[in-house]
Design a protein around this ligand. Structure first.
Ligand SMILES: *Cc1c(COP(=O)(O)O)cnc(C)c1O
Length: 365
């Protein structure tokens, strides 16, 4: 049997009776959009992260978009972010009419390099969006410090890192706003699209919630231009069931990630480096290989699926051609995008499955 890349099937089989019952409950209730189950999810997430406010929404992308809208980021503004991320991070900057300004990444964590941020700040800069890539946070204290000095907002793209910690604090509760995604393959995934926004600021929370629902403060009274960015109840009940097991799943992810790291130490590939003051939820377990194409085909032959997150740096994407970047502008991002590859990862990956992956990598070398 082919090994699953992300084992959603095993997870569903484990929680099936509860999930099915909850889904039927929503169908019987006919409360499909927002409602008590969505409110319960927001409370669960607030307890989990320690954030004062949680606003659920329609996706991780919309979480980021609503965040930028609530911060009034618009045409003429600049937002600093990493070129080594999923396109959504920078896409939302363009969607509000602002300009994405890329800053190269750190060679060890693949996250934005804080020591390069200040030289990218101009009078137009309004915010920084660090991405907690593969489930490990950036140097958030350092980034918050720079932001404070220059009067900028920090929006953490925590779409891969819900459940990770940074200096014993939870990802998504480390800056002005945190955003996450419940896309099925994320560490906490629903069965469709979903996302959430986290903040400790009362006024901002109210504005985020209003914007996520057509800018509507009371029915048919619209204070802002907003979006249809609400979460539906089916997704909320699925997430409420999964939240009961999320801490155990995170522990399993950490153990599997640490075991992969031990087994791949001193091999031909470079395992991910997790810094001492933080934990990763390993949304992806990504290694570097100088012979990526050959290694991927060898692993695929052995029935092992592999993915590349991400093969092209955002400054080299056609969609961002108007930004005027060229090849060579972000050498670390470009180098990592050529060598990175993600191995099968889920809380349910068995030792035997892990050994098969590791042994196949070692045989190739
Ligand atoms: C998945 C992801 C997003 C977008 O989330 P969606 O729920 O798919 O819209 C944004 N940023 C990063 C880093 C992601 O991994």
């Amino acid at each position: 049997m082919k090994l699953p890349f992300i084992d959603l099937k095993t997870q569903y089989e484990l929680y099936k009776s509860e999930i099915n019952r909850e889904i039927l409950g929503v169908l019987e209730s006919t409360q499909f959009i927002l409602g008590p189950q969505v409110t319960k999810l927001e409370e669960n997430l607030a307890n989990f992260t320690g954030s004062k406010h949680v606003i659920s929404c329609s996706s991780g992308t919309d979480a980021l978009l609503i965040a930028l809208m609530a911060l009034d980021i618009k045409a003429g503004d600049e937002v600093i972010t990493t070129p080594f991320t999923f396109i959504a991070t920078a896409e939302v900057i363009a969607l509000v009419g602002a300009k994405a300004v890329f800053v190269d990444i750190d060679e060890e964590t693949y996250n934005i390099n804080p020591s390069l941020i200040e030289e990218a700040i101009t009078e137009k800069t309004k915010a920084i969006i660090p991405v907690s890539l593969y489930g490990q946070c950036s140097n958030m204290d350092e980034i918050n410090e720079i932001a404070k000095k220059h009067n900028l907002y920090v929006v953490e793209d925590g779409c891969q890192s819900l459940g990770a910690t940074y200096k014993n604090r939870k990802s998504c509760n480390l800056s002005d706003i945190g955003c996450t995604s419940f896309f099925p393959s994320k560490p906490l995934g629903c069965y469709g699209d979903g996302g959430a926004i986290f903040t400790n600021d009362d006024l901002l929370a109210k504005k985020l919630r209003t914007i996520s629902n057509h800018g509507q403060e009371e029915r048919y009274k619209h204070k802002y231009i907003g979006i249809n960015g609400r979460l539906d109840a089916l997704q909320a009940v699925i997430l409420n069931v999964k939240m009961k097991y999320f801490s155990d799943e995170i522990k399993a992810r950490e153990e599997i990630g640490a075991r992969y790291n031990r087994l791949l130490e001193n091999s031909a590939v470079t395992p991910p480096k997790i810094l001492k003051d933080r934990t990763s939820v390993f949304a992806q377990y990504s290694i570097l290989s100088k012979n990526r194409t050959e290694l991927i085909s060898k692993l695929n032959q052995a029935g092992i699926p592999v993915a590349v997150h991400y093969p092209i740096s955002l400054h080299q994407q056609e969609a961002f051609a108007p930004l005027g970047y060229k090849d060579g502008d972000f050498p670390v991002s470009e180098k990592i995008s050529k060598e990175i590859m993600s191995l099968p990862m889920s809380p349910f990956l068995t030792k035997e499955q892990q050994d098969l992956v590791v042994n196949s990598i070692k045989e190739f070398a």
